[in-house]
Design a protein around this ligand. Structure first.
Ligand code: FNR
Length: 428
């Protein structure tokens, strides 16, 4: 008898079915439709609006899914190898699997200590976590929760250049493997679900922990308060307010909301709203980045091949092909549809990561076949978080990787490296 190795797909199936014999069911559903449905039930109206909502009428979100559905896999039989090699190369480094966790801000809407749960699950799974600039826990604490596991940092370019430098320095100090600059959110998109509730997490102090923990941001708030009311006591009160905002950002909003009606915490929130992002951002700003950090630069939110070429010319080593999960421009092209032309424009040497609409292991296989080096998972891991915290995130990641492994094996593909467009055809 030959004993064949078991890959992540069969391992995950075995784990679930063996637990089933003992009457235990998994913490999260194995399909995304049910995952989403159950997560909605576990989330507040405001959290659901923020997480699941998209821009305008939702056309881009639908296009993201339709693009995956338009491609079909043509399985080949009997590759004769029991195990798949899921390794990929990203920014010159080997990753065990072609998956990252996309940066997601204000996750504290969904779960206490959200970013710490996500970070620990990512570390357990060996999947890099892209820490959001709109996180709910200071990046230093997130990094501490991850040990040596890989993390990147995502930046929104502030109107305050000193704050940009401070965030860059902190990202470097926490051992970030890359700096991801998000280009598609110089302003928030038109998001009816949030607008209809009058709800923006940041204005309630949720998702601003990278700011309230930043020395330059604290200086900005002190200056603003001192200008408005030049009394030393006021400035001290504001520092106290910043500390309490930090704990708001980490946790659920409810009990803290009243607190934000008082003037000092509002000053911090208002300072954040004024400076967190720069609607006048230019390629010239980005051109300064190569001199300001040694971290590899990844530009997120690119959909046009000309922008991709420009990004590489300015020193970016990687691009996230993304429409922000359909949250910014309603009617924007699906990320998957934008991918092949971008790969053709930048050639094989630039790392391409795809996100927006990735829900299954089969989706991951399609994105890799169309030219991505890796894929970033977004909303699904937040649904796992809503249902079961760290375990929920870990299980969602394990499920996607399991299905990727099985999809490859059952399609005659033995390694991620050999994936190419010949695996696919367009649906008739
Ligand atoms: C995001 N996204 C995002 N992107 C970013 O660069 N910084 C951020 O802080 C956030 N915050 C955020 C919050 C929420 C609730 C969502 C759903 C998304 C975008 C994210 O990184 C990624 O591009 C999308 O999530 C991909 O789309 P899907 O696959 O989640 O639909």
């Amino acid at each position: 008898m030959t004993t064949l190795p078991i890959g992540p797909g069969r391992a995950r199936q075995g784990e679930i079915y063996r637990a089933g014999v003992l009457g235990r069911s998994p913490a999260v559903p194995a399909d995304c439709a049910e995952l989403e449905r159950r997560a909605q039930g576990a989330m507040s109206l405001r959290a659901w609006a923020y997480v699941a909502g998209g821009a305008g009428e939702g056309a881009t979100m639908r296009a993201n899914r339709a693009a995956f559905d338009r491609w079909q896999i043509r399985p080949r039989m009997l590759p004769g190898q029991a195990q798949r090699d899921l390794r990929t190369t990203v920014l010159g480094n080997e990753l065990a699997t072609p998956l990252l966790l996309a940066p997601i801000g204000a996750a504290g809407l969904v779960h206490d200590d959200s970013d710490l749960h996500i970070a620990r699950a990512a570390a357990q799974a060996g999947v890099p976590y892209v820490i959001s600039n709109q996180g709910c826990t200071p990046m230093e604490d997130i990094a501490a929760a991850m040990g040596d596991a890989p993390r990147w940092f995502q930046l929104y370019w502030s109107t305050d250049e000193a704050l940009v430098d401070s965030l860059l320095a902190r990202a470097d100090a926490i051992g970030a493997g890359a700096l991801v600059v998000t280009l598609d959110t110089t302003m928030l998109g038109w998001r009816p679900a949030d607008l209809n509730l009058g709800s923006l997490p940041f204005s309630q102090g949720i998702g601003i922990a990278q700011y309230t923990s930043d020395p330059r941001f604290q200086e900005i708030v002190r200056e603003r308060v001192a200008r408005a009311t030049p009394s030393p006591e006021k400035v001290e009160v504001t520092l106290g307010a910043l500390r309490s905002l930090l704990s708001i950002s980490r946790n659920h909003p409810g009990p803290w909301r009243a607190n934000l009606r008082s003037p000092e915490p509002r000053a911090a929130v208002e300072a954040f709203l004024d400076i967190y992002s720069n609607p006048g951002l230019t390629w010239e700003h980005l051109g300064t980045l190569r001199q300001r950090t040694d971290l590899p630069i990844v530009l997120k939110g690119i959909l046009h091949p000309d922008d991709a070429v420009r990004a590489v010319e300015l020193g970016a080593s990687g691009i996230v092909v993304s429409n922000h999960g359909g949250r910014q421009v309603d009617g924007a092209v699906a990320s998957l549809d934008a991918l092949p032309a971008i790969r053709a424009a930048v050639g094989p040497g630039t790392t391409l990561i795809l996100d927006s609409g990735v829900r299954t292991g089969s989706d991951v296989a399609k994105a890799l076949a169309l030219g991505a080096d890796a894929v970033a998972l977004g909303r699904p891991y937040l649904y796992g978080l809503a249902l079961a915290g760290q375990d929920g995130v870990r299980e969602v990641v394990a499920n996607v990787l399991a299905e990727l492994d099985l999809t490859l094996g059952l399609s005659g593909v033995t390694s991620v490296a050999e994936l190419g467009p010949d695996l696919l055809q367009t649906a008739p």
